[in-house]
Write a protein that binds this ligand. Structure first.
Ligand code: FE2
Length: 359
């Protein structure tokens, strides 16, 4: 993250867990967002579709749940639908209709000045709506990667827009464990490294540029990756770190009032939990946009997320503009000097001083 943000922004992120860039959205845009999502079917919940082919999520929750999902997929599917159905009234993913206007407004108000890195992919958006009877995601967790997104990094940034006030009276605030308080954060970029390690050695999984193409990865290749030691070790790391965060750092989380229509920046790769919503007269409504820093890894972005185009907006923080493409952003066309380094450049190894008689 230190390469992603400017020094001042990084310090704020690191010590407070989030950044308030001091930008308010035009009230008319906020109302349009609420109306757009309010017009979606009452019970539209897009979460369960992420669960399929991500059995490791069940495994993370425990051996028994993992076993049920493997042995009784239909039953586990219903369990998952129930779990998410109890969390949100509506969870709408990948509408992508507000990305350009939201980001353009923020860039006009100086959003780009937070960043040291030049490019960020505006990947996909999520709307979450729940009343006081739905619990939302109140357990301490960090959002583990999944193969539906494929490319995820430890420095993914979320523009988090409360569409209603979240505060002590309403509830619904986000509790975050700042890195400075615990250093507990799963090193997500290990995922990029082990994806490269596994798939670059399989030519049929590569595109014409020699990048790993998630759409060319067959089930057998994916299964061998998932069952492999590096990935299993990473999942174990999530499990261990989550248990430590829940057991020893529960009282170190920060929680602030956030105002309707005022975006804040956080990362879903830090530990976080939603506060219960208490206001019986209105719903909690949150809009999120996930931004992906661009690393110099050889992974091609997917361009369809459950049938919808995604990963097709590229933010240029230096020029202060957002580009929209008809397909996913092509990493191979971004110059190396504008990418973050996944692999450290080789450095001269420190040489050991020659032994002396005195030593
Ligand atoms: Fe989360």
């Amino acid at each position: 993250m230190i390469d992603v943000f400017t020094e001042a922004a990084f310090n704020t992120y690191y010590t407070r867990g989030y950044i308030d860039p001091g930008i308010d959205l035009p009230p008319a845009l906020v109302e349009e967002m609420r109306q757009h999502y309010g017009g979606q079917p009452d019970t539209r919940n897009d979460y369960p579709q992420y669960y399929k082919k991500n059995e490791h999520q069940a495994w993370l929750e425990g051996r028994v749940v993992g076993l049920i999902s493997t042995l009784m997929p239909r039953y586990s599917e219903r369990m998952v639908e129930k779990l998410y159905g109890e969390s949100y009234n509506r969870a709408v993913h990948g509408e992508q209709v507000f990305i350009q206007r939201l980001v353009t407004h923020m860039l006009e108000q100086g959003f780009g000045r937070l960043f040291r890195t030049r490019y960020l992919v505006a990947s996909y958006d999520i709307y979450l709506g729940n009343d006081h009877l739905h619990r939302s995601f109140t357990d301490i967790h960090s959002d583990i990667p999944n193969f539906h997104h494929f490319y995820e990094t430890e420095s993914d940034i979320t523009i988090y827009v409360p569409l209603v006030d979240v505060n002590a009276a309403n509830g619904g605030r986000l509790a975050i464990l700042p890195e400075a308080r615990s250093k507990l954060k799963v090193p997500g970029n290990v995922l990029l490294k082990i994806l490269e390690q596994h798939f670059l050695a399989r030519p049929h999984c590569l595109d014409a540029n020699g990048y790993i193409d998630p759409d060319r990865i067959g089930q057998a290749d994916m299964d061998s990756f998932i069952k492999g030691r590096p990935y299993q070790d990473l999942m174990q790391n999530y499990k261990t770190s989550t248990a430590l965060a829940r057991t020893y750092y529960g009282d170190e989380f920060v929680m602030a009032d956030w105002a309707k229509g005022r975006p804040v920046i956080f990362t879903n790769k830090n530990f976080h939990a939603a506060e219960s919503w208490r206001n019986e007269n209105m719903h909690r409504e949150i809009y999120m946009l996930r931004l992906l820093p661009v690393y110099d890894c050889r992974i091609r972005l997917k361009d369809k997320l459950h049938g919808r185009l995604f990963n097709h907006h590229l933010i240029d923080t230096r020029e202060g503009v957002v580009h929209r493409f008809d397909e996913a952003v092509d990493f191979s066309r971004i110059p190396a000097e504008d990418k973050l380094e996944l692999h450290a450049r080789p450095v001269a190894r420190a040489t050991r001083p020659a032994a002396t008689a005195a030593a």
